[in-house]
Ligand binder design. Sequence first.
Ligand code: GLN
Length: 454
Amino acid sequence: MSVISDYIGVSAVQNVKNAIEAAKRSEGFNALLSLSEERALERAAKVDAGEISGRLAGVPFVAKDNFLTLGGTTTAASDFLRGFASPLQATAVERLEAEGAICIGKSNLDAFAHGGSTENSAFGPTKNAVDDTKVAGGSSGGSAVVTALGIVPFAIGTDTGGSIRQPASFNGVVGVKPTYGTVSRYGVVAMASSTDTIGCFATNAADAELVMDIMAGKDANDMTTLPDFFAPEQPATLKIGVIKEAMTDDVDAEVRASVQAYVDGLKAAGHTVEDVSLPMLKYALAIYYIVVPAEISSNLARYDGIRYGNRADATDLTGVYGKSRDAGFMAENKRRIMIGSYVLSSGFFDAYYLQAQKARTLLIGEFDKLFERYDTLVTPVAPTPAFAIGENATDPVKMYLADVMTVPASLAGLPAISVPANPTAAGLPVGVQLIGPRRSDARLLALAKSQEVA
Ligand code: GLN
């Protein structure tokens, strides 16, 4: 694995060449969908000539392939956008480039970010960085794997219900899902607009903080953006709550042991740790899989084969819509469009969508209450370590269960990070999730930093 400081003050052209070579050597992982070698080398030459400077001058990175980028394609790992060349660049990428960072390529994901394993990609699954028989996690699996393999020191991704945190935990890197609104969503393929967030993968908390600080801030193109990556004062010792509903027998024993060891470390560092209860946790998945498909069905309506993406052959307008959508979307995309359309339909809106939004408000209320007494909450990131490729692929409900720990913070708009804890006996990475109140992102990273072994 590599850290950002290794890339600063050395030849940017060499950095880019090394990263591209490493990417090519790691092709078997299927973590990258495209490389933009030419544009990256051009920018690197400008850094070396002193024409581009900044806090990330000459540092190569990878963007999940649902960020619009100049140079190369943006496919969202779908057939719909296969070959799509964007005319503009996402704000997050623009801000990293303004500080001299160099995007070398785009990483694999579950198509349109629907999934938790990167198996739903139209370009085939990404393999886990530690054990290539296991999934990378998802949906930002490619970004997690390129970071864990040390191809780049950081990568960016999106997290709507766990898509940064879960692959970070499956590959043993730090993953940050910020407070909703921290980073502009402009230029990112929309999934569920009320929970979509932009974050990053890095090998340590300090690097992740630098990347978040650069990407964060108000953007006229996204009305939900917050002013900056706020860094509240950090008290010397914190009150930490371990959510007991997240530590039951349903969770893999090795995962629990690993979280417990991390918690013991927090205690040893002088923090107060208590078990706390979040009773609404058991409803979080049900809420998420109503609200999110509803928003997906609306956001994906724009793909009609006319304005965006590839068009199927047909003789009339309805045929163009239907055939293009049939060919462009994958089974999981269609499943969510159908569920979303159903829960929003006039006969069922009150029974499903409205009820789910009410339950979501109750969940948010429970978090608010806990944060009156606790600074940070702890859970595993996922109930198991990385599962085998194919293991959950034919059972969507089993796949959705992998999101049980990560969706609550998404529904409540809270910052949550995944930090590596002790691996399993077989060597598979395990992540601990630290959740904080809104705008406490930097505090979570400071806590993670204090627990990192040098
Ligand atoms: N696994 C979750 C889902 O499939 C999260 C996806 C995401 O955060 N993009 O909805």
